[in-house]
Design a protein around this ligand. Sequence first.
Ligand SMILES: Cc1ncc(COP(=O)(O)O)c(C=O)c1O
Length: 399
Amino acid sequence: MTSAEIIEIEQKYLAPTYSRPPIVLDRGAGVYLYDMEGKRYLDFIGGIAVNSLGHAVPEILGAIAQQSAKLMHVSNLYHTAPHALLAKLLVDNAFPARVFFCNSGSESIEAALKFSRRWANSVGGEAKHEIVSFEHSFHGRTYGAISVTAQPKYHEGFKPMLPGTAYLPFNDADALDAAISEARTAAVVIEPVQGEGGIHPAQADFLRRLRQLCDERKVSLIFDEIQSGLCRTGKLFAYQHFGIEPDVMTLAKPLGGGLPIGTVLMKPHIAETLNPGLHGSTFGANPVACHVALSVLTKMIDERIADRAAASGEILKTKLRHLQNQFPDIKAVRGLGLLVGVEFEDKVEGIVAACRDRGMLIGSAGEKVLRLAPPLVIDPSHIDEAVGILGDTLADRKA
Ligand SMILES: Cc1ncc(COP(=O)(O)O)c(C=O)c1O
């Protein structure tokens, strides 16, 4: 079959919820992807911050083969080893917590909201149910997750949203005090680095004040580390940059090495309010997804992938700032580790398409920001290649 035929079938049979470029990706190896015509692309979006170890990673392929031949699914009605070992490794490397497994980022946000409300209910009754989130946030597409996603475009046509949500300006410590109430607020949910909203890192003082208020007013602090977690920002978890811990942390994207998995870590005082039957998922804690996640996390820790991401992120940002000197329509270069945004004066969709034509895949975060989230295993030659392609693209536009 040709790529044109595949695209025709997609257009006829798939729900029109995505607009895709006219290429059909066929295989990946390391930090490169190849389309059906054999054209090579440098992957600087990594399946939206998922393929952190690259494509066709031998350890991941081995883990899939090993576990899928042994046991693929039994449901959460039974004990199995992979989810137990994965939960232990996560907790050993994060904070004292209990772990719940599901299948996606949005599902982990739903679970985090439910668990936080359950605990808040136990300490403050039903009045203590409000959830605070931040402007330009993105937490996913299910109803709870879009309700705490403070971007009106995601709500259009789907209202009403979940009641009891409040949106505050991001990085504005002065706005926290009036909005967080011991009587009414159950939880605050925040991305330590806002991804979809334009790649905005939180300020340390702001997060520390938030932690202090949540402690004083008995509010569950949820860190959405679905995009920022697992080495992306140069630490295993982004909260580790700020000297504070959340009460609840959500993880997803890179954990399964490309297989779907979502995770919630919650402090013991929240876990104590749960009991069997309260929440669940048929596929959550899937043995193959968990065994693969165990191999991903082990490799990340053993090979110090966070340090690599920190070093590569600095090189990438320095080179992008050189580009900014040549092209004044670049307004800002920002980010943490290898979650990098390049903000332009105008819409970036043309730049994304032109880079693709030149053999590099990148994303956007909002209309005017390029999102670079490459595999964390890139080396300096890949950074040179990426910045070269972007520079040539921008020079072409100017000519
Ligand atoms: C910070 C953040 N939270 C939640 C989600 C939703 O995750 P999923 O698409 O796996 O449901 C995303 C996805 O982009 C995200 O970046």
